[in-house]
Write a protein that binds this ligand. Structure first.
Ligand code: TXA
Ligand code: MG
Length: 360
């Protein structure tokens, strides 16, 4: 049970234009009152994020007790969204009914009074209703929307615990960080663009997959072919993101022997080799000669479980000062898309000089 003091403190901080780190079921967010330009500006400053990168506005969900019927539920969602968007397509309402509150972000046409600093100056706005009970209590008590990107420094690994958030911003003791425990999914929300005619377009893969959406609602999600050339911008869509300081390599099982041998000659620093759980004994035997230089650990070959621990794993490995981290390439299946996407970007932006390469 959350104590009401915590909620009061968070609401007071939001009302006075301060930042509050909030837990969600995906990752922790760095929140500000979405209707206060000065407060929103602080998010960009603290994260070091360019001001043309739009934020997600987090909104409350209708209280289950207040919902008398499906029509009532629809009305409640429409009134919650009214301040933020001028058009809610039918498809969006269906998605909302199935997946909100939850790890799905929808991009709509923006409402007239939405601040340009929230949308990065675009004509669209990203909105989601997070499923974390503490953050829902805060949203209800606050009464407004909370603009929040993931609570990490720009381009770095998203935080999945309150302690991770603190370690991202150690110089900011005044930042209020709410502890809602470890995040349930561990990976950011799926983002769909519903602001244009036609089928929703996938802007960022997440734990909710297009097949799950199709099965639940019959709605076909399509790929977004304009993602890299046009608005809306998705900062997580830049090539380098979620990146550790230690060089991270994704390996194919056939090549890993050679890669590890080469790496062991390049540097005397220990190497972290992550393998699928089922292959652990095989690899241990394989690399018996290099055992002093290798730290072997295993992960389950399961996209949901891997997603839950991915950022934790990267953060923990990054602390240990390895010369390199090797992680297996995830299978080329839709259920792995979100994990594969984050790993590829983490790998691209990794390494000690990555702050120069990171573009988002
Ligand atoms: O799970 C999540 O989505 C987490 C939690 C805290 O809610 N938030 C998150 O925020 O991942 P952030 O800012 O790290 O990533 C949100 C992405 C960004 O890449 C941003 O560019 C994109 O959403 N976005 C925001 N507004 C948009 C818009 N109007 N059109 C397209 N993309 C948008
Ligand atoms: Mg982020």
């Amino acid at each position: 049970m959350v104590d009401s003091q915590t909620i009061d403190k968070a609401v007071e901080a939001l009302r006075s234009g301060k930042l509050v780190a909030i837990p969600t079921e995906t990752v922790y967010g760095l929140g500000a009152d979405a209707s206060n330009a000065k407060a929103v500006q602080k998010i960009y400053e603290l994260k070091g994020r360019p001001s043309n990168h739009p934020l997600i506005v987090h909104v409350q969900a209708p209280l289950p007790a207040s919902i008398a019927s499906s029509l009532q539920l629809e009305r409640d969602w429409i009134s919650i969204l009214a301040p933020w968007t001028r058009h809610i397509p039918k498809t969006a309402l269906i998605l909302i009914k199935y997946f909100w509150p939850g790890p799905l972000t929808l991009v709509f046409e923006r409402g007239k009074s939405v601040l340009a600093c929230v949308t990065g100056g675009q004509e669209t706005i990203a909105i989601r209703s997070p499923a974390h009970p503490l953050t829902q209590d805060i949203l209800r008590a606050f009464g407004g929307g909370i603009a929040a990107p993931s609570a990490n420094r720009y381009g770095r690994i998203s935080p999945t615990t309150a302690a991770d958030v603190r370690s991202e911003f150690p110089q900011n003791p005044e930042l209020l960080i709410l502890d809602g425990g470890p995040c349930e999914h561990g990976i950011e929300s799926t983002i769909l663009n519903v602001s244009e005619e036609g089928n929703p377009k996938l802007l960022r893969p997440g734990t909710i997959t297009p097949s799950q959406i199709k099965t639940a609602t019959g709605i076909e999600v399509v790929a977004d072919h304009h993602q890299h050339s046009q608005s809306p911008r998705v900062s997580g869509s830049h090539q380098a993101h979620y990146a550790p300081y230690t060089p991270l390599y994704l390996y194919h099982e056939g090549d890993v022997n050679q890669q590890i041998t080469e790496q062991s000659k390049k540097s005397s620093k220990k190497i972290a080799l992550i393998v699928w759980h089922d292959c652990f004994d095989l690899y241990r035997k394989n690399f018996a000669d290099l055992s002093a230089q290798l730290e072997l650990s295993s992960v389950e070959k399961n996209p949901k479980q891997f997603g839950q621990i991915l950022y934790r794993l990267l953060r923990d490995l990054d602390q240990k000062n390895f010369g390199a981290i090797f992680i297996p390439n995830p299978p080329l299946e839709e259920s792995w898309d979100a994990v594969r996407d984050r790993l590829q970007r983490a790998s691209f932006g990794s390494g000690p000089s990555s702050s120069n390469q990171v573009s988002s």
